[in-house]
Design a protein around this ligand. Structure first.
Ligand SMILES: C[S@@+](CC[C@H](N)C(=O)[O-])C[C@H]1O[C@@H](n2cnc3c(N)ncnc32)[C@H](O)[C@@H]1O
Length: 272
């Protein structure tokens, strides 16, 4: 695949990561350029729509699990466009008092999310770059809902692949872990190259990631599972540990799809 794609975030003629995911999920918040890019990606990896759906199912299971563990505060970083079973819907169905802060640097995501959540006093949307965890955690729209002296769950669901530099991705995770109090949780999922290295390499080349802040363009990163595991250092992993998302505590004990066909791994760790 020689064609290269640039994610710009706010141009309708340029494919946008969040809108491509929306299209893969059957949503309507996307434009022709997003649909075309998504179809090109699906031509390379026909499993992508199924994987996008599995990622949302994983998010739902994990938020329900954490609500059952007593977590009442959630920060969903790299949240993407609102779709079905968003974190606040799942959390508030389990516990009506749950508070959820969504974070994304994409103005399209932020505008949509703010419109949908305008009447929900227990949610807010912060527009910020995940490269600056201090700014996120100190943002007034987060601070009014989230008390970092109490346990919180930080969600990084299919988000860190957007950070090309390995040391920056690890630094984001480390700084977030250091900022949360004992008893807090971190949820991290990440597509991995282990089972389909050729496909993941092609997709990373197709889907460029524009770093808006620096104005430079870099490709998304493809990582192996062994590179994801250090993200959980200093955390106690909930069983079953770091596994394919479809195998993480599946509803009814049986994965909805063969976990091996879903090349995204996840772990859920608690800060001791
Ligand atoms: C693949 S989508 C995942 C969306 C959602 N978490 C899910 O699993 O369905 C990645 C999201 O991360 C956002 N993103 C990418 N780089 C980011 C950054 N540096 N800071 C904040 N958000 C970012 C994108 O705008 C996009 O919405």
């Amino acid at each position: 695949m020689s064609q290269r794609r640039d994610f710009a975030g706010f141009h309708t003629r340029t494919p946008n990561e969040a809108r491509v995911v929306d299209y893969l999920l059957g949503g309507k918040d996307n434009f022709a350029a997003d649909r075309e890019a998504a179809e090109q990606a699906v031509a390379v990896a026909p499993e992508l729509p199924m994987m996008a759906l599995e990622s949302r199912r994983f998010l739902g299971r994990v938020v329900r699990f954490l609500a059952g563990e007593g977590v009442r505060q959630f920060v969903d970083i790299g949240c993407g466009l609102p779709t079905q079973n968003n974190a606040h819907e799942v959390a508030q169905a389990a516990e009506p008092q749950a508070r959820v802060v969504y974070v994304d640097f994409d103005p399209v995501v932020v505008t949509h999310a703010r419109a949908i959540l305008a009447d929900d006093v227990r949610t807010s949307v912060v527009q910020a770059d995940m490269r600056d965890p201090g700014l996120i955690l100190g943002h007034p729209d987060l601070v009014r809902l989230i008390d970092l002296r109490e346990p919180v769950a930080i969600l990084l669901v299919s988000a860190l692949q957007a950070i090309p530099e390995d040391e920056v991705a690890l630094d984001i995770v480390t700084r977030l872990r250091e900022a949360i109090c004992p008893g807090s949780w971190m949820v991290i999922s990440h597509p991995v190259s282990d089972s389909r290295p050729d496909v993941t390499e092609q997709l990373a080349t197709m889907f460029q990631n524009e770093e808006i802040v620096k104005g430079t363009r870099r490709r998304a990163n493809v990582r192996a599972q062994a590179e994801i595991e250090p993200y959980f250092d200093g955390l106690d992993l909930a069983p079953p540990g770091i596994v394919r998302i479809s195998a993480w505590r599946p509803d009814g004990g049986t994965p909805a799809v063969d976990p091996e066909t879903v090349w995204t791994v996840a772990g859920v760790g608690r800060k001791p």
